[in-house]
Design a protein around this ligand. Structure first.
Ligand code: IDC
Length: 344
């Protein structure tokens, strides 16, 4: 009996080794390099985000909080933890325009964004440059700032292969056609400097594809932005946005390239209790559809959506389990599982 068990165990090991060696021919893991090493320059292929091998991929990562408030949280130690402990693929750099953001110091904020792009690149992470418009909700209010900012960051980062541009965080109180007009003015500015980068545009109703305004994805499907290599942002907060929003994403995902550039585990206020059930339902759906995501926030803000306990950034230890909130623990568990990037 003992021998039989040993024999079975040996067979299982052989099968397992065979399966492992087969799978390494087709997919790459962390052992083969960083997310940027493995995937290189990204592009949109059909409704997916594809790597340089033309295979659909999903990037999983974290968003900064507003960099005008939480710059203390973004440094070598925190970004090492994001790359090495969390095994994140992505850092979203949330640069607010209002609320003491870009408009108060264009040069300073542009430099801060570029420094974070470099820090992500040094660790093999993609960086999402988020022009974080929020209030007012019409992105056209900021169009001159958007053109100046994107002309600058696109020229400066054109030769890098880790940059994705998000041109409007959450349009609200504005029609889809006004958002589309904005996109069709800002995208050519980016393309003139950095022709091959993926661009993401926000959608109506706080990037809900219109659902939070009583509409749905059809307004985009029927009147898409006139640009290639473009994705549409979808945002959700798991305790506020549940089945109807998941159904929209399930439907829309076969028609539009979607990227969840921001989501929270809590209510849309960014605070309150973590909704584990809804968050896991969302992340299972995004995994299944290979939709990339960034979680709000990689910060120690005193609110339920933050990944770290208040005071963590001043302390400088980002790795102990004790520094994580419930939201941070959930996201670290989800993000640190192996990627399945296909390289063949
Ligand atoms: C919230 C922050 C909060 C800040 C507020 C106003 O968590 O600390 O006071 O913005 O700037 C979004 C926005 C994002 C919000 C977040 C939570 O993109 O800026 O952050 N949220 O309310 N959309 C839906 C939720």
């Amino acid at each position: 009996m003992k021998h039989l068990r040993a024999l079975l165990a040996t067979c299982a090991t052989i099968l397992c080794l065979t399966a492992a060696s087969l799978s390494t021919q087709a997919s790459a893991s962390a052992a083969d390099g960083t997310p940027v090493d493995i995937n290189g320059q990204l592009h949109v292929c059909g409704v997916n985000l594809c790597n340089e091998h033309d295979n659909p991929i999903q990037l999983r990562g974290m968003s900064t909080h507003g960099i005008q408030w939480f710059s203390e949280c973004y440094n070598d130690a925190s970004l090492d933890a994001l790359a090495n402990d969390w095994k994140s693929d992505l850092l979203r750099v949330a640069m607010y325009v209002q609320e003491d953001g870009y408009e108060t110091d264009p040069e300073g904020f542009t430099n801060q964004v570029n420094d974070l792009v470099d820090a992500a690149e040094a660790r093999g992470l993609y960086s999402l440059i988020d022009f974080h418009t929020l209030t007012p909700g019409d992105p056209n209010f900021n169009i001159d700032n958007a053109k100046t900012f994107f002309a600058s960051v696109a020229a400066r980062n054109a030769d890098k292969n880790n940059v994705i541009y998000e041109i409007a965080n959450e349009p609200n109180g504005v029609s889809w056609s006004a958002i589309k007009d904005y996109a069709e003015q800002v995208i050519p500015v980016i393309r003139a400097a950095d022709p091959d980068a993926v661009v993401i545009v926000g959608t109506r109703g706080w990037s809900s594809l219109g659902v939070s305004d009583g509409s749905d994805e059809s307004e985009v499907v029927n009147n898409p932005v006139d640009a290639t290599n473009l994705m549409y942002a979808f945002h959700f907060y798991a305790a506020s946005h549940t089945d109807a929003y998941r159904e929209t994403v399930s439907r829309a995902a076969s028609q539009l390239p979607l990227f969840v550039t921001e989501f929270g585990t809590v209510k849309a206020t960014g605070d309150g209790d973590v909704d584990q059930g809804s968050t896991n339902a969302w992340l299972d759906l995004l995994d299944q559809l290979k939709i990339s995501y960034a979680n709000w926030t990689y910060s120690d803000a005193p609110e339920g959506s933050a990944a770290f306990q208040p005071g963590t950034c001043a302390g400088g230890d980002y790795s102990s389990d004790g520094v994580l909130t419930e939201s941070g623990q959930l996201l670290k568990n989800r993000i640190s599982t192996p990627d399945s990037f296909s390289t063949s």
